[in-house]
Design a binder for this molecule. Structure first.
Ligand SMILES: [Zn+2]
Ligand SMILES: [Zn+2]
Length: 339
């Protein structure tokens, strides 16, 4: 479908831009936005497929579907289908639906994502409900399934590059401001959250009170591209959610076990996974974690901060130092022998 971006969103409506508002406007906001009692409850009672040490010996469905509540679905790609084991979210309103991310697998035979999503969509006026496909960010494991949706009728895919994201949602002062997607009886706020990647956004759903946080915040390695931007994003989200009920924070991956230890990178086997959902306390602790961050690695019970570029550089420096030491040692040995 080709609605203009403005049909899908109203970029300047002040639903979540709390920090610069006057007290009077804040009072208005408090009365205008949903409160706890209006949230639709849901269930996270589910055991996610854990993959297997040998996936060929333990075939399992590529995609796991969990109904959080009748209009909110969590889809999880099996660790056997791809080690990234992405979480994908489908939010259904009365006028349209929103799919957050398309996961790590492109091949519809291996990962029938579009077919599954269309199967979950209700009909409206004898047609499938229009679907908007958006991404938390441009990394391939969050958009590899896009081609499955490209030529479907009544489906619109949001661009994944920064200019495309800004233009579609109508951000004029990125990363400031909040955009809003109206799905019909359900509003989703789009909050810029660069730091892991410059295109990153999080989605706050006013029906369930869930923050869909992508790779910005999840029980996994939080890979840092820009620490200052990441911290600013955390402060922005905290501020934005100050006056809003928050039930859960649901991210793009689980990479930790129950004890908070990370699975080996690339592993298709996730025994005893950490629970998917994080809480407001995990979000509010993030800015201080960044202030203390040594620039390389820091472990917390529910996430790990890590800067892969810095770690790689540190490894390279160590490798060069070891090499110099070996060369020095060999030369010294040879001199002694000659002596
Ligand atoms: Zn990512
Ligand atoms: Zn990811």
């Amino acid at each position: 479908m080709k609605p203009s971006p403005n049909q899908a969103m109203q970029p300047t409506a002040p639903r979540c831009v709390a920090w610069k508002l006057t007290a009077g406007v804040t009072v208005f906001l408090l009365t205008a936005t949903r409160v706890w009692s209006q949230l639709v409850p849901g269930s996270l009672e589910v055991h996610w497929y854990e993959g297997a040490p040998d996936c060929n010996a333990a075939p399992q469905d590529a995609l796991q579907i969990h109904k959080y509540e009748p209009q909110t679905f969590i889809l999880r790609q099996s660790p056997c289908a791809d080690f990234e084991a992405n979480f994908i979210y489908l939010l259904i309103g009365s006028d349209k639906a929103l799919l957050i991310d398309t996961g790590a697998v492109a091949d519809p035979k291996a990962m029938p994502l579009a077919k599954t999503v269309l199967g979950l969509l209700p009909d409206k006026d004898h047609k499938k409900l229009p679907l908007l496909v958006a991404h938390t960010h441009r990394h391939l494991d969050h958009r590899a399934g896009d081609p499955q949706f490209a030529s479907l009728p009544s489906v619109q895919v949001v661009p994944f590059d920064l200019e495309g994201v800004r233009a579609f949602f109508g951000f004029t002062d990125w990363p400031n401001g909040i955009a809003h997607l109206e799905l019909g009886g359900r509003t989703v706020d789009v909050i810029p959250t660069p730091g892991h990647n410059q295109t990153h956004v999080a989605f706050y759903d006013d029906r369930t009170g869930i923050l869909f946080s992508g790779d910005f915040l999840m029980p996994a390695r939080l890979l840092i591209e820009d620490a200052a931007a990441y911290r600013e994003s955390a402060l922005r989200v905290i501020d934005c959610l100050k006056t809003r009920p928050l039930t859960h924070i649901l991210g793009g991956h689980i990479e930790l076990n129950e004890a908070g230890r990370a699975y080996r990178f690339g592993s298709h086997y996730h025994p005893n996974e950490h629970r998917l959902e994080l809480a407001r306390a995990d979000l509010t602790a993030l800015p201080a974690a960044f202030e203390r961050f040594n620039g390389f690695y820091a472990r917390y019970p529910n996430y790990i901060l890590t800067n892969p570029v810095h770690n790689l550089l540190a490894l390279a420096v160590i490798a060069v130092a070891v090499l110099i030491f070996i060369v020095w040692g060999v030369r010294r040995l040879l001199r002694r022998r000659r002596g």
